[in-house]
Design a protein around this ligand. Structure first.
Ligand code: 3H9
Length: 708
């Protein structure tokens, strides 16, 4: 028996316990241990039935994801025979009861479904989340789940990857009973009830597999939804095909079909990228000089300065996490407007089924609108979200310094300003930090946490932890202009504009990047955010422009014409009353005219050039940021782009994507652009170095982790 699996007995009931912390993944040794235990149970005449349970806080969170990278890189064989192990469980003549708490995810649910019965605590969750890793269930999950839950539910769970609660699992017969109280005792009692009775094999239960006529619309609708919700991703479509195989083929052949699709997905670039994202999302929480045991500042009440779009969204984020929030504005009209927007947003969430009306009522009660600073002295954290201007921010921070209690965190939501300059307005720069939310702040997952020179480790650790609590993914960045995300987005959007000035149509630029996988094209994003935002910033920072460097002209000219984007009904596109974008021939005409006036020769531009210029502009700037230390790791940049800028997860983020293309190739292309377009395309020294050494950004991260 392996150390990872223990076999004990409670009189006539055998108990198999998996102990592979933290999440009981099915790492090498676990399946073998389970197989051995099943064999012993089969041979032991004193055992009538068995319970299989997870030690610690969870049942089994699935296969060991770390093993996948070893398999695809050839350093480990795909030797763990999950499917035969599951058959051994199912063929055991004594009933095996799977006792679920925490999660039964992926291989964990597949393991549970091979048992003869499943019991669960009400707080447990079960799911087949493999598509979120770019793969599909690979241990007969697509074959057993429809046999338990029916075809429609199985397709939904395998294609979307979202878990279901124990209550829902009971409704769909994925579990047989909910156990209130002690799970092991309940499961053992259940095992005694079923001992001696025939053990039902899931793989032989065909009654829910439906008919071709009934199933056809289910699969058609699922494919349609996958094309929309998971555009460009292969795994959801593969998962649907695998479940379809369950309805058309005998179990064994269905499993073979699933295996083929699983292997195709596993060896794809998409899966490698998404596994990189899975570990990356956890890696960004690790800050080398802020140890895990850094004391945290308890944050039980928050105050937000500003009830505009950002202030309101930030307020909602805290309220949603059950943290009471004071929201301050300077005049009643603005405060009322802020509150009414919050109410409207909550109403939409109720309509969409995201929140219940009761949840919303409770959240609204946690928000206290105010015109004064009264109560700020009690707040554990203040987030400033006033208009973007240094003088105003300094004034607010000076006031906060006077009011806030010692130890309170003082955060600014600035997206462009220097956090150290803001901190200078206080006598406690160690309490000051940037918390750069993304709009809409109550929805977007990204939170850039901007470390000032003096920000204390306690303040950093608390903000990182708090980001999780409010459902965000916090990424620590350094204090440079635009921080990480916007600093890279500048060159990306600049190239998009240059391409339009050089002859690519606005629609062609957007289409190329949308087809690459971006949630929206760069022109449409500009129109959504408001072209005037960048215009104002460019005017303010005109003195910082590099002499002789080409500057985009079109967007400023559009703004001069009052075309700010969606809000004025026209920008790069025209907009109808439903804010639907309509290509505008006038813009095409103006672009030709402005190009001619500026001496820019227009030409045919390929989709490939559009993608390379925009994406490599991100990569080149990302490499500079990395080398300058404003991002801790390349993967941090990837996580920022995936969660804040609509970068497709299946490409792993801009830096991972560059690694998959090959840095030498990326570097060569950037040199080509440098020769053609000059100044902006100077290759980043780190990119050159890594390309010369035949390395990747991932190697840079590894070296950094190793302390090199
Ligand atoms: C699969 O099962 C394929 C099958 O069909 C079979 C094919 C043959 N493996 O998230 P946390 C680590 S595919 C390895 O911070 P939480 C994680 O990296 C799998 N490691 O905790 C972290 O490590 P570290 C399908 C794993 O409480 C630590 O555990 N299953 C795995 O917020 C704690 O994790 C999934 O996709 C794993 N499977 O959330 C489930 N899972 O501390 C993936 C976790 O060094 N896992 N780790 O950074 C999850 O969704 C969450 O981890 C879970 C816990 C909800 C379980």
């Amino acid at each position: 028996m392996s150390d990872l699996v223990q076999l004990t007995k409670d009189n006539d009931i055998a108990i198999i316990t998996i102990n592979n912390p933290p999440v009981n993944a099915l790492s090498p040794g676990v399946p073998e241990g389970i197989s051995d235990a099943i064999e012993q149970i089969g041979k032991d005449p004193s055992v009538e039935a068995a319970v299989l349970i997870g030690g610690g806080t969870t049942f089994v969170a699935g296969a060991d994801i770390k093993e996948f990278g070893k398999i695809t890189s050839g350093t480990a064989k795909r030797g763990v025979a999950f499917v035969p192990m599951l058959l051994r469980i199912e063929d055991c003549p004594k009933p095996i009861v799977m006792a679920i708490h925490g999660q039964a995810f992926g291989g964990g649910l597949e393991l549970a479904m091979a048992g003869h019965y499943r019991v669960a605590v009400p707080a447990a969750k079960v799911g087949q989340p493999e598509v979120k890793l770019g793969i599909i269930p690979g241990a007969a999950g697509t074959q057993r789940l429809p046999r338990l839950a029916g075809v429609a539910k199985a397709v939904e769970m395998c294609a979307d990857g979202n878990p279901v609660s124990a209550k829902e699992a009971l409704k769909y017969s994925i579990v047989d009973k909910l156990i209130e109280g002690d799970l092991l005792n309940g499961a053992v009692a259940f095992a005694r009830e079923v001992a001696g009775k025939p053990a039902p094999k899931t793989r032989e239960r065909n009654e829910k597999l439906g008919t071709p006529d009934a199933n056809a619309p289910i699969f058609a609708a699922a494919r349609d939804a996958a094309h929309k919700k998971a555009r460009g991703m292969m795994a959801p479509l593969a998962a649907i095909s695998a479940v379809e195989a369950a309805t058309k083929l005998p179990f064994d052949q269905g499993v073979e079909a699933e295996q083929k699709l699983f292997v195709e997905c596993l060896f794809s670039d998409q899966s490698k990228a998404m596994i990189h994202v899975f570990f990356g999302e956890r890696e960004v929480g690790k800050i080398p000089d802020v140890p895990k045991d850094t004391p945290l500042i308890p944050v039980n009440t928050v105050a937000v300065v500003g009830a505009g779009t950002m202030g309101g969204g930030i307020t909602m984020s805290f309220a949603n996490a059950a943290i009471p929030v004071l929201m301050k504005e300077t005049d009643q009209a603005a405060l009322d407007k802020g509150m009414s927007t919050i109410r409207k947003n909550y109403e939409t969430s109720v309509k969409r089924g995201r929140f219940t009306p009761e949840f919303v009522e409770e959240r609204l009660k946690l928000i206290t609108p105010t015109l004064s600073y009264d109560g700020f002295e009690k707040a554990d954290m203040v987030v400033e979200a006033v208009f973007e201007g240094m003088a105003l921010k300094k004034e607010v921070f000076g006031e906060l310094d006077r009011l806030c209690k010692p130890g309170a965190i003082m955060a600014s939501n600035t997206s462009t300003l220097n956090i150290d300059d803001i901190a200078k307005a206080t006598r406690r720069p160690e309490a000051v930090i940037g918390t750069h939310f993304f709009s809409p702040a109550n929805v977007m997952r990204l939170l850039e946490i901007v470390r000032g020179k003096a920000s204390s480790k306690e303040v950093i650790a608390t903000c990182m932890q708090l980001s999780k609590k409010i459902g965000k993914i916090g990424v620590l960045v350094g204090n440079c202009r635009g921080f990480v995300g916007n600093r890279m987005f500048g060159p990306y959007r600049r190239e998009a504009q240059f391409l339009a000035e050089e002859g690519a149509s606005v629609e062609a630029v957007d289409r190329a990047l949308y087809d690459y996988g971006m949630a929206m094209g760069p022109m449409a994003v500009g129109d959504l955010a408001g072209l005037d935002v960048g215009w104002r910033i460019r005017k303010e920072y005109k003195h910082l422009e590099k002499p002789g460097a080409r500057q985009p002209i079109a967007e400023d000219k559009l703004c001069e014409m009052g075309r700010y984007g969606q809000k004025t009904g026209a920008g790069w596109y025209k907009y109808d009353e439903n804010r639907r974008a309509i290509p505008d021939p006038e813009v095409a005409r103006l672009l030709s005219q402005w190009a001619a006036e500026a001496g820019i020769k227009q030409r045919q531009i390929s989709r490939e050039e559009i993608v390379d210029r925009c994406i490599y502009a991100l990569v080149n700037e990302g490499a500079r940021i990395l080398e300058e230390g404003y991002a801790l790791r390349a993967v941090d940049i990837d996580i920022i782009y995936l969660n804040g800028y609509g970068f497709p997860a299946y490409r792993g983020g801009p830096m991972w994507y560059a690694d998959t293309v090959g840095l030498q190739k990326v570097y060569d292309r950037i040199r080509e652009f440098h020769a053609q377009h000059g100044f902006w395309w100077e290759p980043a020294p780190l990119l050159k170095r890594l390309a010369d050494e035949g390395k990747k950004f991932a190697d840079f991260d590894k070296q950094k982790a190793a302390g090199a």
